[in-house]
Design a protein around this ligand. Sequence first.
Ligand code: G6Q
Length: 554
Amino acid sequence: MIDINQTPEWETLKKDAEMLEGVSVRSLFETDPDRFSRFSIEAAGLFLDYSKNKITEEVAGHLLALAGVADLEGARARMLAGEAINVTEKRAVLHPALRDFSSRDYFVDGENISRKVRAELAKMKAFAQDIHSGARKGHTGKPLTSVVNIGIGGSDLGPLMATEALRPYWIEGRRAFFVSNVDGQHMADTLALVDPETTLFIVASKTFTTQETMTNAETAKRWFLSHGAREADIAKHFIALSTNAHAVKAFGIAPENMFEFWDWVGGRYSLWSAIGMSIALQVGFDNFEKLLRGAHAMDEHFRSAPLRENMPVMLALAGVWNRNFLGAASHAVLPYDQHLHRLPAYLQQADMESNGKRVTCDGAPVGYATGPVIFGEPGTNGQHAFYQLIHQGTDLVSADFIAPAISQEEIGDHHEKLLSNFLAQTEALMRGKTEREAREEMKRDGYAQSEIDRLAPHRTFPGDRPANSILMEKLTPETLGALIALYEHKIFCQGVIWGVNSFDQWGVELGKTLAKTILPEIAKAGEERPVAKGHDASTAGLINRINQIRSRST
Ligand code: G6Q
């Protein structure tokens, strides 16, 4: 494996960054009338403008050369060919196969997986239709109008984000709830809102061993049985989405109520699989299929467009440029669409769990920065919260601004106002305000010279804050699918450049293991526990303090 930061291509980009140090993006716009068309791409119903990054045609060429030396095209081909590119878990990575509606077949170890995908989709469709038509009812004969999806991480964030995003497509009278946290309050709060006779519980877990999900599923089962249902009624109210048929059966869910997916579907890439059942039930299977088709359109673009015109590739390269050569350690995801309010959380997992790695695929420590911290909130809320730091803080933060030109809810002039903020922010981040401009502005506004001198530094903005704009006509199942796929491929491309395995997540293991050791040391309410041993003083001190409080409570 090559040491990417030891290559001449990396060195060239370092020099580019130095050369561009005194050059503002504002001046790049002034000298190049074609900048907007040069650094924008349209594909799969999305339009990406990345011209507000400090990128020149030369830099773009050098970034593409870096992609070349990292063999990005080879890596893409290997992923799509079903090679076990998740090297630490020896698994293929084939979520694009879940949404490929062409006649193409995908293979893993010589097995045609596309046939299984189509069969499972057909099973999901039939199930969704039965729920919607009322052919499948609850144990007292009432229609199943509420769904509680019990899952966490990849088995929660995708379906939750997409269901929220597609709110205008919700089938009237249906409700979807998502319980993820092992904090019992999450389940209790949800159970208080549903009726056992009309609720379908979906236990969504790839492994069917996850502590949070299994605990929540058991609680839901107990609640269901304590509300007038018998063991035999479970079959009508519980289904499983999993790869682990054995554990599903042991839980008490019959094989015909299990929807399958496979180990080549990563948890955070699984909303396209059976894990999307809650989406299909809430918006209808046709809309779920449209979501998949939108993602497929982006896959086709990613697969075939030349790298310079390839949206996920150029978005990824702009990110590498900002991260590794301009020093942006954080990246904000800022959807100007309230229905995308869970997108930042979803992408936080997708990106940080994929590329938050410090060794390359062959185990060598990386000598450069990898995945940035991802955070965000919908605009305009974030503007009144953390944008201050992006505009004037000491760290460089890059950002993606995402907006539909037409809202799902056009009311009065709300959307014009939202869009004007969306545009104003990227313009302000790029342009900034020089001290001279700040002074002139205050002079115009009639400030005294002493006030101008005092306030000028505070009212100066450095500018050159990199911002991508992602536009779509409207947020629909198709454009949402394309948007998510865009990010999936962007993350993949960056992982290839950094040489990391974007498809494992060993970082979540250590805490899980320690929690298992600590669990028996936590006192039940009203019970004593021996003094905790075998921990550092902080952890032991905290355990003892918690136990003192819990032993006193009833
Ligand atoms: C995602 C991760 C992780 C996973 C959850 C839930 O890529 O692997 O977030 O989705 O830990 O796992 P289960 O689906 O197995 O319960």
